[in-house]
Design a protein around this ligand. Structure first.
Ligand code: COA
Ligand code: ADP
Length: 719
């Protein structure tokens, strides 16, 4: 809806009213169309101001309407009518003008923004482009490079940046609606033709081809295989080369292709999945309505290795006082310097002072006596962690929350050595912890609602996407990752090369192939875990053949790599070769090719050609299959949570929605059939066997992902 009022005698004030963000739903478009027509007709009205209810201009098109048939007046003619009107229209932008909201403002003749407002054309993040003239008007206003930047990245800009780019005419610290009314009164009678952006010629850079070529390379690198950024570039190019009306046709055609694409559906699913994950429930699906989070003012971080440093930085940046503890002076000093450096660099980038006063460094655990919450980030070793938690029980106040940053150890076993099992939860950060958005909050069977709620809220405060997960080996992310890695290793045994597997996965859209990721993280991490689990070393039963453990197929290739000192980037060679120790540029290594040949010869494996399709199906379907098992086990509340773990923590391509959404999009029956096929070929790989939930969903006619929860409940009720 849109409210119509008159102010200062001659100004029509039209207010968009559709909480929470005044999205341009059908009734709002109808309301604006009618109100603008009324204002243009009313002879007493000399100018119009458009604003939004509750101090928010407009959050753009109504994303919920995208899945429904189109109804109500379309946006493009509505904006044209405003722009073509004979009375000045001023947009009063408070808080936000995003997507269609900014396009509406660009159709107005003047724009005033509040200093705190954010503006942007984020459609690309939803797999679309700004299709209400945004790709044609913005370049005419700002020039090509700025328009390309905003439209292809979708980034939000401040009112100050918008002023610099000429997107808004004025910025005010005061009341933006009043400022817009003043501006409207002052421009009555001035010619409107120069203010109509569609009339303007697009300012062109000297090297037009060069600018477009460069940006195309950038967008393809940023989101491999994503269609929308490429379409955005094409639409802006039309603004550079075609008259406005033909540019609009081009914008419409490109939008038609994107709108019905699977990528747009996946990205819109991610938008809502991320918000649904924010309204979390327990991994078994239960909600705790009375779970009030506790206030956290002070926190302890134990261990200043890679993880501890990043965690300390996040906490300080969120305004929490931190006491950081190490075991020896040298490590403490290294940690102190690293944390200070990270905080100072971040502050410099943002033009603020680094909040170094919020952190103290110590060798004494006693200093944690008064903190509200502790995050332990020592080596991934159960015995060591237990000893730390035993000491913490003695040192900390009885109501201090004790959190562990383990990436897969049993949180309940740790809780059992403390005096307060209900106050123990896992907070699994991802490296580098101050950059990566994902936080798995691990709920032990004895963790209290309050402890879980506090950790979830803390995650949000640190700017993370927090997902509540159950306490099982590897939790959600690493439990699935292990099986994905297994498939990649098996493919090497069968005939593939690391670069071939990586290429197939990168073409699918992963930021990095699995072997490049392994080299980056270090192969020794998994080696240590397998040793601790007794899969390597003296505990292995000599009766088992080398390529089997407990009756299941096992691939010793990564162990052999570690034995040869090929640990990845940190040793200058892993699955790839690097220029130096710590080098980043991965090159295929001929030595790996001969190593694999010898290995196959030793075990009598004859190499066969492996297609990209097989790589993607085996790696990606095994992820989804384990995701179904995680849902069956009640270790994640819904498929959206699993998908958000993969999108925010594991470089899964967002335009494919997440492994569970991808399975739904491919078709559950196809996934089931392909898993059956691969399991038939590999009967000693139980994880290729389709899960009960997948079978049940296919049996139920493959319902949409939003309905899976009902079937999960029915699996639970039969257990
Ligand atoms: N259409 C429909 N619903 C929208 C919406 C839109 N364009 N923008 C936000 N919402 C809904 C959210 O789904 C959420 O609903 P919920 O409370 O039922 O979960 C609610 O508005 C609040 O959004 P949220 O993101 O939680 O609030 P925020 O204050 O953190 O962020 C925005 C506000 C507008 C910045 C953010 O929601 C956003 O980026 N929206 C999308 C903007 C966009 O892409 N517009 C172009 C559409 S083509
Ligand atoms: P990660 O990569 O998980 O951060 P690291 O090996 O980089 O692991 O770091 C672990 C850190 O924990 C090391 O700096 C180590 O000195 C520190 N540490 C180990 N035990 C203790 C302990 N009992 N108290 C405090 N710090 C510890």
């Amino acid at each position: 809806m849109a409210r119509y009022a008159r102010t200062r005698g001659s100004i029509a004030l039209i207010t968009l009213t559709n909480p929470p963000v005044n999205a341009l739903s059908a009734v709002v478009r109808k309301g604006i169309t009618e109100a603008v027509a009324r204002a243009f007709k009313d002879t007493q009205v000399k100018a119009v101001v458009l604003c939004g209810e509750n101090g928010k201009f407009c959050g753009g098109a109504d994303i919920r309407e995208f899945a429904k048939p189109m109804s109500g007046p379309p946006l493009v003619p509505m904006i044209h009518a405003i722009e073509a009107g004979e009375k000045p229209v001023v947009a009063a932008i408070e808080e936000m003008a995003l997507g269609g909201g900014l396009e509406l403002a660009l159709g107005c003749h003047y724009r005033v923004a509040h200093a705190k407002a954010r503006l942007g054309l984020p459609e690309v993040a939803l797999g679309l482009l700004p299709a209400a003239g945004g790709t044609q008007r913005l370049p005419r206003l700002t020039g090509i490079p700025a328009a390309l930047d905003l439209i292809t990245t979708g980034r939000h800009i401040s009112a100050q940046e918008a002023l610099k780019l000429g997107i808004v005419d004025r910025v005010t610290e005061g009341n933006a609606v009043e400022a817009a009314v003043e501006l409207a009164l002052s421009v009555v009678g001035r010619p409107l033709a120069p203010r109509r952006l569609s009339n303007r010629a697009t300012p062109l850079p000297a090297d037009l081809d060069g600018v477009f070529e460069e940006v195309l390379v950038q967008v393809k690198r940023r989101a491999r295989g994503a269609m929308a950024p490429v379409a955005c570039v094409k639409a802006v190019r039309a603004a550079a080369e075609l008259p406005y009306s033909r540019g609009m046709e081009c914008e419409r055609e490109l939008m038609n292709t994107l709108f019905t694409s699977g990528q747009a559906r996946a990205l819109q699913y991610c938008f809502f999945a991320q918000r649904a994950a924010g309204k979390w429930s327990l991994p078994n699906g239960a909600r705790w309505d009375n779970s009030r989070p506790r206030a956290v003012h002070t926190a302890g971080v134990i261990g200043l290795g890679t993880m501890g440093r990043g965690i300390a930085v996040c906490l300080v940046k969120a305004g929490i006082s931190v006491v950081a503890v190490e075991t020896e002076e040298k490590q403490l000093d290294l940690g102190r310097r690293a944390v200070k450096g990270m905080l100072e660099r971040d502050a410099k980038r943002r033009g603020v002072t680094a909040p170094l006063h919020l952190i103290t460094f110590t060798l004494s655990l006693q200093q944690l006596r008064d903190v509200d919450l502790v995050i332990e980030a020592v080596f991934e070793d159960m015995a060591l962690k237990k000893s730390v938690f035993t000491k913490l029980s003695r040192v900390c106040r009885p109501n201090t929350l004790l959190c562990t940053n383990t990436s897969g150890l049993d949180v309940d076993e740790l809780a059992s050595v403390t005096d307060r099992p209900p106050l123990v939860v896992g907070m699994h950060f991802f490296a580098p912890a101050h950059v990566m958005k994902l936080l798995e909050v691990v709920c032990g069977p004895r963790s209290s609602p309050e402890a879980v709620a506090t950790a979830m809220t803390m995650g949000k405060r640190l700017g993370k996407v927090s997902i509540a997960v159950g306490n099982c080996p590897g939790f959600v992310g690493n439990r699935m990752l292990k099986l994905y890695l297994d498939q990649a290793h098996f493919l090497l045994e069968e005939g593939a090369s690391p670069e071939q597997v990586d290429q197939a996965l990168e073409e699918f859209g992963f930021a990095l192939g699995i072997f490049k990721v392994a080299d980056l993280s270090g192969l020794d991490i998994g080696w240590r875990v397998r040793k601790a689990a007794g899969q390597i070393g003296p505990d292995v039963d000599p009766k088992f053949p080398s390529r089997h453990r407990q009756g299941r197929r096992y691939c010793p290739l990564p162990d052999l790599m570690c034995e040869q000192g090929r640990l990845g980037q940190k040793s200058g060679r892993g699955w790839y070769l690097y220029d130096s120790v710590g080098g980043k540029e991965a090159r295929p290594d001929p030595a790996i090719s001969s190593f694999l040949q010898e290995y196959r010869l030793r075990y009598g494996i004859s190499a066969r050609p492996v297609t990209a399709q097989e790589v993607v199906e085996r790696c990606v379907f095994v992820l989804a299959n384990e995701g179904f098992r995680i849902l069956e086990d009640g270790m994640a509340a819904g498929p959206e949570d699993i998908d958000m773990v993969y999108v925010f923590g594991y470089g899964w391509p967002r335009h494919r929605g997440g492994p569970m959404f991808h399975a739904a999009q491919v078709g559950l029956a196809t996934v089931l059939q392909r898993l059956e096929f691969y399991h038939g070929q590999n009967p000693d790989v139980p994880h290729l066997q389709p899960s009960t939930l997948l079978r049940r969903l296919v049996g139920a006619g493959s319902p949409p992902i939003q309905q899976w929860k009902q079937h999960i409940r029915s699996v639970h009720s039969q257990l």
